[in-house]
Design a protein around this ligand. Structure first.
Ligand code: ZN
Ligand code: ZN
Length: 380
């Protein structure tokens, strides 16, 4: 059990989203940062909010905590271990991200850092999005240099303590001003703050510890993905400098347009144009759906603008299973270019139906357009 209420420490509700947690943490971190406020009590608080953020910002740790466990204690190095730098994704990275690399640090900075996330766009067809697929991806990312194992030093040599800063990573300078003597420290210019220098850089990676390489990854695309869906592949991103742990790779889905169907959510829409006679008498029209050829049943007396749903013929729901619908919108075509015989037939029909001089039915707006707009607003 953990005694500390991490939610209370950050001042967020138990159901707070990641954004809310991040915002609360940033605000407090700026307020309580040791550089701003060196008072020991404040620093205690600062450690607390960092612990709270470490747990609540990580869905897995948060779950452990919500279930009453202590995600910081068993094998993660303990709550006191912040800033040790070796954890890769730890405290120092977060502080770097907010305050810039130099400000929050004491002592030499590590050459080993977590790599960046990478993103790759993947075009797939509507069919692939609807049913899921497996794709081979060519990715071009930084990987650990095998010649130096990420150390950056040429084989047989090693990094040496910097003689300018004696390994501290920073140099101090005393200047006189009208306020008296002022001591400033800045990152060591000879070692860039690392505390060590590499006299003979690895010839393969020029001392960076990583090289670019092309790999082939097999990615499983689940059914129901949409334009902009991102699939996270943990640890498949860029390897960090100095052989640091790799970031994540995100595969962003781009769905190519389909010649017949337009996707809205998990429903598919299309328009079928049929002649007036068929709309009146009823007919069946073949339609190539995602599941194969099917007959769309146009019932006698179908109106222009009417829609015919084919249930369960849309895209698979990404969560929860089941599928959306395929909705066929009917457009009735009025015959043009009538020859004398056709015209005669239609006139006789008009007489039979008492429609030689129809009065028409007036209503506000355009009914067909309205219903289509309503569809668009409802999103499906
Ligand atoms: Zn190398
Ligand atoms: Zn130095």
């Amino acid at each position: 059990m953990v005694a500390t209420d991490y939610y209370a420490v950050l001042g967020v509700r138990r159901d707070a989203g990641q954004d809310e947690i991040k915002k609360a943490f940033r605000r407090l971190a700026r307020e309580l940062h040791p550089d701003v406020n060196p008072d020991p009590k404040t620093q205690e608080r600062f450690k607390e909010i960092n612990a709270a953020y470490e747990v609540l910002s990580d869905p897995q740790k948060r779950q452990v905590y919500d279930l009453g466990g202590d995600p910081l204690s068993p094998n993660g190095g303990g709550a006191g271990g912040f800033g040790a730098g070796a954890a890769g994704f730890g405290f120092s990275d977060i502080m770097d991200a907010f305050f810039g690399a130099a400000s929050g640090q004491r002592g030499p900075r590590s050459r080993t850092r977590r790599g960046q996330d990478a993103m790759i766009r993947l075009e797939i067809t509507l069919e692939e999005a609807a049913f899921g697929t497996t794709k081979e991806l060519q990715v071009d990312t930084a990987v650990t240099c095998t010649t130096c194992s990420g150390e950056g030093a040429a084989p047989g040599t090693s990094a040496q303590t910097c003689d300018m800063c004696r390994g501290k990573g920073e140099v101090s300078q005393v200047t006189r001003s009208f306020l008296g003597q002022v001591m400033t420290s800045r990152p060591c210019p000879q070692c860039q703050g690392f505390g060590t220098v590499v006299p003979t850089p690895c010839p393969e990676c020029a001392g960076d510890g990583r090289v670019r390489a092309r790999r082939t990854l097999t990615v499983k695309i689940p059914a129901g993905v949409d334009n902009g869906t991102r699939i996270q592949l943990a640890g498949e991103g860029e390897v960090g400098p100095g052989g640091g742990p790799a970031g994540d790779l995100y595969v962003e889905i781009a769905e190519t347009s389909h010649p017949t169907f337009q996707r809205r959510g998990d429903d598919l829409h299309c328009t079928v144009t049929i002649p007036m006679t068929a709309a009146s008498l009823g007919t069946q029209v073949p339609l190539q759906t995602l599941d194969g050829l099917e007959e769309v049943d146009i019932r006698p007396g179908t109106q222009s603008g009417q829609s015919i749903p084919l249930h369960g013929r849309g895209v698979t729901h990404l969560r929860g299973g089941g599928r959306g619908d395929l909705i066929v919108h009917v457009e009735v075509q009025t015959p043009t270019k009538l020859d004398p015989e056709m015209e005669d037939l239609l006139r006789r029909l008009a007489v039979l139906r008492g429609e030689e001089r129809p009065s028409g039915h007036f209503a506000p707006g355009q009914q067909g357009l309205f219903s289509r707009l309503k569809d668009a607003f409802n999103g499906r």
